[in-house]
Ligand binder design. Structure first.
Ligand code: DGL
Length: 263
């Protein structure tokens, strides 16, 4: 069997799996390495410099150890600040995920809602995106960590409370006609977000665009005859590990393995 490109997908938790699904649908033959920094979760509440240092260290170590060909930072909170330092440090191409403000603004008639982490909505990068691409449409910002937790819980089989979701999304409900899912965890609770905001609100995320970019950079076509390997690593013992491994197995992954910084 010929050697397939090795792709590393990185996030603070399970959110990057939404990006993984999009890439895997296009390129099932790749060897997938997924690393999540749950020791520092949630990234949306982490101090800026700590986040930059952790992502640089963890990703560099992983790239070196597994001879990774392409890195996907499948996290808006990290991508909006770590990409320049990571790219200058690595020879490997790095694809990031940032909120899809531009396509959302093109689709909106009324206003755009950006649902993301508290950190992402505050970042200069996000403010610049809004300034450059919001096409004079108002952008309502909503940064909520609890929604990230709900996605983590749902993946582990917990029921999602629509009542709680309604309360969390209340500040933007009825004000917008397009919502940007500006956190990779949110496609995992897309159905619930849609139910709460109503069928008329269009939900936009960056997953498909990222998958297209990965395919473009690798310059390869889909090959369904080869199934690549799917390994997943975490920086701390995952919460409800058994339930998590059941969900991961359905996505083709081996059980989570530890990956720590330092010797
Ligand atoms: N999945 C992440 C994002 O896209 C971050 C979630 C978190 O750890 O706060 O922003």
């Amino acid at each position: 069997m010929s050697q397939q490109p090795k792709v590393l997908i990185f996030d603070s938790g399970v959110g990057g799996l939404s990006v993984y699904k999009e890439i895997e649908a296009r390129l099932p033959q790749l060897d997938y390495y997924y690393l999540f920094d749950n020791a520092a979760y949630p990234y949306g509440e982490l101090e800026r410099q700590t986040l930059i240092e952790r992502v640089n260290q963890l990703v560099s170590l992983m790239v070196e150890k597994h001879k990774i060909d392409l890195v996907v930072i499948a996290c808006n909170t990290a991508s909006t600040i770590v990409l320049p330092s990571l790219r200058s440090r690595l020879m490997t191409p790095v694809v990031g995920v940032v909120p899809a403000i531009k396509p959302a603004s093109n689709l909106a008639n009324k206003a755009v809602g950006l649902i993301a982490t508290p950190a992402t909505v505050k970042r200069e990068y996000t403010q610049e995106l809004i300034k450059d691409f919001s096409q004079n449409k108002p952008v309502e910002l909503l940064g909520v960590t609890r929604l990230v937790d709900i996605a983590e819980e749902k993946l582990r089989g917990h029921p999602v409370s629509l009542k709680e979701m309604s309360q969390l999304l209340a500040p933007i409900a009825n004000k917008i006609d397009v919502a940007v899912l500006g956190c990779t965890h949110f496609p995992l609770i897309k159905e619930e977000i849609q139910t709460v905001l109503g069928e008329k609100v269009l939900l936009v995320d960056s997953g498909e665009a990222i998958a297209r970019r990965v395919q473009e950079l690798l310059g390869i076509n889909k090959n369904s005859n080869i199934e690549g390997k799917k390994d997943i690593y975490s920086s701390a013992t995952p919460w409800q590990e058994d339930a998590l491994n059941i969900a991961l197995a359905k996505l083709g992954f081996n059980p989570v393995r530890p990956f720590h910084l330092g010797p």
